[in-house]
Design a protein around this ligand. Structure first.
Ligand SMILES: Nc1ncnc2c1ncn2[C@@H]1O[C@H](COP(=O)(O)OP(=O)(O)OP(=O)(O)O)[C@@H](O)[C@H]1O
Length: 370
């Protein structure tokens, strides 16, 4: 557990970067510091590994004031990941990661074995270990940065905008990978970003900072979206917070119905007689697209004769996906699939909205805030 107790930081030039701020980062969770540029996120994070000392106040790690710890020892228990990964350019990827176990006195062989394990753990193929950082993509470099930070198996991980320099698709992959790793490893993670969507996706709790180093709100992502503390937080979390909050509503009560279906390769004779949208499935029952109402099939059904489908909703995931599937489907019928991508049924936006409404009503009658 990390505790910031009334920490304050004023730099030599008079800039106050952090303003009398207190917050607790629970062990084994991801806490995200988010806020606009210059609001003191990095300053606050760097207080944990003593790269920066507060002007006043204390930082406690597992109940002990970090000023009582030897800085070198303290840092060994804290992994640190930064933007652009900060890799050594003249060392191979494997040796970049092996550097840390080497520092801990492991033999070169053991260090390399550990490094290879870690590279696999962060999803990098074995043969990349022989390359130099410049020969990797930005996303791969970030993964190496994460592997290196994990090399000493530190209980605490500080991550300062680690995924900011990569494109949105790679970034989403890296975020998913971090969540997967965290499920396995249960580190105490302090993560800095200026991207509220990243904060909401990754954080068990999110600390929103505002200019001048003030803590504007510290809450679970769902609460942040449901009840922003003030106008600043409201504008920072963005306009579509009601929609984004659906990510935190589970799928309980979603009852898919059956649509008319047809298979790729079928003929006109196989088109269901009711005049409505028909969902085409492949031979593994995966949805391939929609046949317009009253459409006839020319010869055998091919994908060229179909209208592209909307997003697919994997059963059991959040209501946001269910609503999005319905809204993005040309038929207005959101396609529900199982974990293998096979067709389960369809849901309408109306069905999802009714479900949200009924939950709101039941929560309100129980006296809690919807
Ligand atoms: N060494 C320093 N000396 C003087 N002022 C500093 C120093 N480091 C940071 N600052 C100032 O302190 C404030 C907070 O900086 P900090 O880097 O902690 O913010 P941040 O929220 O991490 O910003 P960004 O998102 O842009 O990285 C800023 O106004 C910055 O200019």
């Amino acid at each position: 557990m990390i505790e910031f107790q009334s920490v304050h930081k004023q730099y030599g030039n008079g800039t106050v970067a952090v303003q009398d701020l207190s917050l607790t980062v629970e062990a084994g969770t991801i806490t995200v510091l988010v806020g606009p540029s210059g609001c003191g996120k990095t300053t606050l994070m760097r207080m944990v590994n003593r790269m920066i000392d507060p002007s006043s106040g204390s930082v406690l790690l597992d109940g002990t004031d970090i000023r009582e710890r030897d800085p070198a020892r303290l840092r060994r228990g804290i992994g640190y990941v930064i933007q652009q990964a900060g890799l050594f350019p003249h060392r191979t990827v494997l040796d970049n990661v092996a550097t840390v176990p080497r520092l801990f006195g492991n033999s070169r062989r053991d260090a390399r074995r550990r490094a290879a394990e870690l590279l696999e753990r962060v999803g990098l193929p074995n043969d990349l270990g022989k390359r130099y950082p410049v020969q990797l993509s930005g996303g791969q470099q970030q993964r190496v940065g994460v592997a290196r930070a994990l090399a000493a198996d530190p209980p605490v991980l500080l991550m300062d905008e680690p995924f900011s320099a990569v494109d949105p698709v790679v970034r989403a992959d890296l975020q998913d990978e971090l969540l997967r790793l965290q499920d396995e490893l249960g580190k105490t993670v302090l993560f800095v970003t200026h991207d509220i969507d990243e904060a909401i996706k990754l954080g068990d709790r999110v600390a929103v900072l505002r200019q001048g180093g003030y803590l504007a709100q510290y809450a679970a992502p769902d609460d942040l979206l449901a009840e922003p503390a003030d106008d600043f937080v409201t504008s920072f979390v963005g306009r579509d917070r009601g929609y984004r909050r659906l990510s935190f509503l589970d799928s309980q009560g979603v009852c898919p119905e059956q649509a008319d279906t047809i298979r790729i390769g079928d003929t006109s004779a196989d088109v269901p007689s009711r005049a409505g949208w028909v969902l085409a499935l492949d031979h593994e029952r995966r949805p391939r697209g929609w046949l317009l109402p009253d459409a006839t099939v020319d010869g055998q059904l091919t994908e060229n004769q179909l209208l592209a489908g909307g997003s697919l909703y994997t059963e059991g995931t959040s209501l946001r996906g269910a609503l999005d599937a319905a809204l993005s489907a040309p038929s207005g019928l959101g396609v529900v699939v199982d974990a293998d991508g096979a067709y389960v049924g369809v849901v309408t936006a109306r069905h999802v909205l009714d479900l949200i409404e009924s939950r709101r009503r039941s929560v309100t009658t129980e006296g809690a805030v919807p």
